[in-house]
Design a protein around this ligand. Structure first.
Ligand code: FAD
Length: 370
């Protein structure tokens, strides 16, 4: 065996594990089929701006251990995610909070907001929600649903909300305070020099081969390593023998604009069904403090378009409905019998995972194996 560990995928799961294994003196090889490291958290410096190539990535966690862990690889700024929602020509603060309710109804106090929402919920007369629309209305009432949830969700899933299962929206956080911080976590920020630099620091001293697909030489790679940390798609590992797992995909349209400031905020969601994209992000706002914008005469924005997934497209969001969950269980049963392969990360476990969760899981596996 040439390597103690072969790590398939240079995303956060793979990079954290590789770092820990290397630190303990193990011989590690990382292979990555894309031309870059950092997986979906990849950022690329374009025109002096760190561009989140696969959509907005905001690091947030309440796990002190994970927060302390990432600090050794990058300096984080104090970015606080406070997205806005645009519905036609109206603009609302997110997440749903007293600012949103003031903008919607002109009300001032929490009691006034609660009364309106409760009245709408009661008026809808939904006892047991049978689909996403009913579920959302029973949580936030009709007006927030119509303006801020319906169009966005239908674009995201490519399907009418009445045809989507209610479980997609288990809870919709409503805050009766004037607080636009999207996350409830204790720690939040963006690495000042981008996620790619952070992952590069994790991988320092480790052999990394880019544009190298595991499946181009699966057997050879398996023979070269004692253990394999596999962060690719679990169904692909088994040649889709039970059928492919379903995903939603996305496409990103990046634009360089000759102006200092396009939208005044990092993230604006477009909740109106008539606009084809779900959000526009303006990258410079992830790193500039919100009181002033770097006057460089240029800015980069990205429009995010949800799209159906088909072979060849990037699989972004797993569709964890009953059919796909059952299918995944079949693959997971095969995976559990593998003597030396560990299926990890968002693709290996067929789950949407935030970055801090991926890091926590990778550290747990490292503690178990190393
Ligand atoms: C649009 C979007 C926005 C997000 N925003 C946030 C956010 O704000 N905050 C947050 O915490 N999380 C966010 N996430 C989640 C975040 O991207 C994931 O938590 C993280 O990327 C998962 O890391 P990973 O290592 O499991 O997977 P990945 O980052 O996908 O890394 C896996 C790597 O394996 C490689 N690979 C796959 N198959 C093979 C193969 N056969 N051979 C070689 N290499 C292979 C892939 O190319 C990829 O680079 C977001 C995700 C999306 C899609």
């Amino acid at each position: 065996m040439t390597y103690d560990y072969l790590i398939v995928g240079a995303g956060l799961f793979g990079a954290v594990f590789a770092h820990e294994a290397h630190k303990k003196g193990h011989k590690v090889l990382v292979i990555e089929k894309r031309s870059h490291i950092a997986g979906n958290a990849y950022t690329q410096n374009m025109e002096g701006i760190e561009v989140h190539q696969y959509g907005a990535h905001i690091f947030h966690t309440s796990n002190r251990k994970v927060w302390d862990y990432v600090q050794q690889f990058a300096s984080f700024n104090r970015f606080t995610n406070s997205p806005l929602a645009r519905y036609q020509d109206e603009l609302y603060h997110l997440p749903f909070n007293m600012n949103t309710f003031h903008e919607l109804w002109g009300i001032i106090t929490p009691k006034e907001a609660m009364d309106i929402i409760q009245k709408q919920i009661a008026g809808a007369k939904i006892t047991t929600p049978t689909n996403l629309e009913e579920q959302a209305i029973s949580l936030v009432g009709t007006e927030i649903y119509e303006k801020l949830i319906k169009g966005y969700t239908e674009k995201q899933w490519g399907c009418e909300a009445t045809k989507l299962p209610s479980f997609i929206i288990r809870r919709l956080p409503i805050r009766y305070t004037y607080n636009n911080n999207y996350f409830n976590d204790d720690f939040q920020g963006i690495p000042v020099n981008g996620y790619t630099k952070l992952v590069k620091n994790m991988l320092e001293g480790i052999e990394v081969r880019l544009e190298t697909d595991f499946f181009a030489n699966k057997e050879e790679y398996c023979n070269q390593a004692n253990q394999i940390i596999y962060t690719g798609r679990i169904d692909q590992y088994y040649d889709h023998c039970f059928g492919p797992l379903a995903y939603r995909s996305l496409s990103f349209e990046h634009q360089l604009l000759a102006m200092d400031n396009y939208q005044g905020n990092a993230v604006i969601n477009y909740t109106d069904a008539s606009v084809p994209y779900t959000r526009i992000i303006e990258h410079k706002h992830f790193v500039s403090d919100s009181t002033h914008v770097v006057a460089s005469g240029k800015t980069i924005i990205t429009k995010e378009y949800p799209s159906p997934w088909q072979p060849g497209c990037e699989p972004y969001y797993p569709i964890n409905d009953a059919t796909n969950t059952a299918l995944y269980e079949q693959y997971a049963a095969l995976a559990s019998k593998e003597p030396k392969v560990f299926f990890c990360g968002r693709l290996g476990t067929y789950r949407y995972l935030d970055m801090h969760v991926v890091i926590e899981q990778s550290l747990q596996l490292a503690a178990q194996l190393l």
